[in-house]
Unconditional design. Sequence first.
Length: 171
Amino acid sequence: MDHLRTPLRLNVGFIIKESIGYSRVFPFDYNHIHFEPDLDLVKFKGHVEITRTPQGLLVQADLAGLYAGECGRCLKPLRTRLNTKFAELYASSQRHVTESGLILPEDGHIDLEPLAREYLILEIPLNQICKPECKGLCPVCGENRNDVDCGHQQEDIDPRFSVLKNLLSDS
């Protein structure tokens, strides 16, 4: 990808030269954005405020977008809103580096894409569901139980107690 066209690559060289306390807001509004290698969001909006501090540049971000996933029960496509807020320091020298290890590049451009991607991925639910009452797929025939009553009954028996069920059927 051409780094000059990266949507979240910002020229902050002029902020470095400003007095301590100076800040600038960079708004974002994209219909679609791709975070390498595997994250796509639509209706991506937000802003980043960059403030000059004695240690470097403080980046405070508030970002949101819609993530295309699928229901963990019925596998229907769905969109989940991801919202993230974070603050990171891009240090002006090695002695001010924080745990994140971010240092201001010499060319005065910072690319927030990798950082934003990390924070947004943390917001993706592990088990997305389309609605709380989603019935899921039939384990016998695979039909979506929200759309079709396939007639198969689901037995809710804990496998640890299946031996007890066999005892009942023998008598």
